[in-house]
Design a protein around this ligand. Structure first.
Ligand code: DCP
Ligand code: MG
Length: 393
């Protein structure tokens, strides 16, 4: 773990983001089973589910109709991408006052490199509480914050801090923190990898950490090596290879639309592509990115799916330029008259353009907070609901 201890990374992730934003417009949704993404009889998928709905097994990317079966009492709400982007920008604004190195990893999560900010913000847990309160005060939204010496640890700990909490993995305690967790808790381990690992008798991170990394490398190649590093709490592989603020994220941006009724109406199809393009381009601009490769996804009624891409000589973030390419790809490849079930616009980005960041000074020296008894594992500091803190043990 040498080399990890020099850094203090925060991972901030908004709680039930789309649902919480919908609750701002309609407070009567609070505390209820809510599904965002469309109506119960529509064909699309769930974007977000409230914690109450999740108790019934509802989750993002599940068909709306399945969600309706699992949780018939849920309230179904159409999504409002504009509102989510507005709130995301507000959150970014708050985070940006805390560290000059902020990296939005998706619409509702960010990494902050807080290394060396003690004099400005106090020790990590204190700083996290201040940030937690500030996000709430300025956005009326809850978030959870994970603190660690690597991005990986920060991300895993923010997930464990949910809902509305702060969790700090004390430097040096990474292995103890990770050991009892399921391999699936490691970012990048999906369903398929989980099955592969289970087949090898590996269920918890402790099982992974015991293995010689060459075994993982032989079995899973470069990915296996990265996994071995992650099991030790290190930033390794893919997203985690770069420093906060140096990432080219998001490397790709995409939006898809599933039609309620399959359609072969060219006007409807092209209008949908225009809307998807606008959404993609807006996100490119928000992230200061430019699209280099533009890809169309087209799924027919019988589920046959094609993807067709075009690389640009000169990267762009303009709707009109992206749409021109998407429309060309569509006109060249769509079998005229064939009914379409789904359309998608996907772009791969080129390097991030520097954002103007600033440090806004807040407090100077800060005294130690209250010290309730330590958590049972003795290896993490945490706070429930962002109001009280565990002392270092
Ligand atoms: N989202 C989506 N489609 C997905 C996954 C997520 O549209 N397949 C959207 C809806 C979420 C938002 O992105 O509200 C953030 O995703 P998270 O995974 O962070 O989920 P939530 O913020 O909803 O919940 P949590 O409190 O678990 O972070
Ligand atoms: Mg979230």
């Amino acid at each position: 773990m040498d080399g990890l201890h020099t850094k203090t990374i925060f991972h901030v992730d908004m709680d039930a983001f789309f649902v919480s934003v919908e609750e701002l417009s309609d407070p009567s949704l609070k505390g209820k089973a809510v599904v965002v993404g469309g109506q119960r009889d529509e064909r699309g998928v769930v974007s977000a589910a409230s914690y109450e709905a999740r108790k019934f097994g509802v989750h993002s990317a599940m068909p709306l109709r399945t969600a309706a079966k699992l949780c018939p009492q849920a309230i179904f709400v159409d999504g409002h991408p504009e509102r989510y982007r507005e709130c995301s920008a507000k959150v970014y604004g708050v985070l940006n006052t805390f560290s000059p190195l902020v990296e939005m990893a998706s619409i509702d999560e960010a990494y902050l490199d807080m290394t060396g900010t003690d004099r400005l913000h106090g020790p990590p847990l204190r700083a996290a509480h201040t940030l937690h309160n500030k996000v709430k005060a300025e956005t009326q939204l809850n978030c959870s914050i994970g603190i660690g010496a690597s991005r990986l640890i920060a991300k895993v700990s923010s997930a464990k801090a949910k809902p509305n909490g702060v969790l700090w993995v004390i430097p040096g305690q990474e292995a103890r923190f990770l050991a009892p967790l399921d391999v699936r808790d490691i970012p990048g381990v999906g369903k398929v990898m989980e099955q592969n690992l289970h087949a090898l008798g590996i269920h918890q991170v402790a099982d992974l950490a015991k293995l010689d990394e060459t075994v993982l490398e032989e079995r899973f190649g470069k990915w296996g090596l990265a996994l071995a590093g992650k099991a030790r709490g290190e930033d390794a592989g893919g997203w985690f290879d770069t420093e906060v603020g140096e990432h080219e994220d998001p490397k790709s941006i995409s939006h898809e639309h599933t039609f309620n009724e399959d359609t072969a109406n060219p006007v409807q199809l092209e209008t949908t592509l225009m809307r998807l393009t606008e959404m993609v381009a807006r996100r490119l601009r928000e992230h200061g990115l430019h699209a280099r490769t533009i890809q169309l996804k087209l799924r027919y009624k019988d589920f046959t799916t094609i993807t067709r891409a075009h690389s640009l000589a000169s990267p762009t973030q303009l709707d009109t330029e992206i749409f021109e390419q998407i429309r060309n790809l569509f006109r060249k490849n769509w079998k005229r008259g064939a009914e379409v079930r789904l359309l998608g616009v996907h772009v791969s980005s080129s390097k991030r353009h520097q954002r103007p960041n600033s440090i806004c000074s807040t407090a100077g020296a800060i005294s130690a907070g209250s010290r309730p008894s330590p958590p049972p594992t003795g290896c993490v500091t945490s706070s429930a609901n962002g109001v009280s803190g565990w002392a270092a043990v």
